[in-house]
Design a protein around this ligand. Sequence first.
Ligand SMILES: Nc1ncnc2c1ncn2[C@@H]1O[C@H](COP(=O)(O)OP(=O)(O)OP(=O)(O)O)[C@@H](O)[C@H]1O
Length: 285
Amino acid sequence: MRIDATDVRKTYGDVTALDGLSLTIPSGSTFGVIGTNGAGKSTLFRLLVGHDRPDAGAVSVGGTDVTDDGRRIRERVGYLPEHVGFPDGLTGREVLGVHRAIRGLPKDGRTADAIDRVGLTPNEADRRVSGYSNGMQRRLGLATVLLPDPDVLVLDEPTAGLDPRGVDEFHAIVEEITEETDATVVFCSHVLGEVERLCDRAAVLHDGRVRAAGPVDELAADAETHAEAETPADRDGGATTRSGRGRDGLRAAFREAVGDDAARTGRVGEGGADDPNADPEEVAP
Ligand SMILES: Nc1ncnc2c1ncn2[C@@H]1O[C@H](COP(=O)(O)OP(=O)(O)OP(=O)(O)O)[C@@H](O)[C@H]1O
């Protein structure tokens, strides 16, 4: 399902969270939204899944305005918020059973499928969630989202706080989902390397606006257009080869939006180069 946000504005009191944001997420893409703390990522995601309404502008999913038919959107869109809590007394399998029942989904093996897809063993699924590690809780959260077999997955910082192994495992699960289904997957992150690894498209968000967006392989063109007057190539008459495409392109767009310091470490917001979630390869020498 394609997602369109058009000139969206959202304020909380005197705070402008989204300031005329426009973005298109093509059907079937794996789309990464990267931005600083407070850039508006979570606000955007709440609007995409119909949990909140824009003050101005429009958001549509699969051609349906989310404010017209929020229920249909919530049926087709799986949303994993940044912070998910589960009742401590239940096992993982019971949590999924409750979610299945609340959503009116049939007892057709989808609970066991979801457990399998997120890599929880049957034994782990039968343990109480109070004993789950952070990574297991994230996987269980993803399993609840997968239950209805959604057309769109919206994941708000799904790997924040996971150790490197947990991050890797979560990435592998997302990669498997994107390979095996036609689902549109949208997630946000502070970590550039995560977006580069998983996404075919990306947007850099800053101060409630999209600063660069497009196929990861083509973001270079945007960044180069904006930074044209200052590129080494311009300064030395074209002798220096420009960064080209792919990773360098996204990095250039990112640097333009968030500044040299964040671009150097490949991450923005909390943590730093020594954060367990940081990809060491992303830290420039
Ligand atoms: N419910 C709310 N009430 C008041 N202000 C809010 C609310 N939600 C978000 N904001 C403000 O809107 C702005 C955007 O917040 P948002 O959570 O969308 O950013 P974010 O990019 O997800 O940040 P982070 O990376 O820290 O999670 C921030 O200034 C935030 O303080």
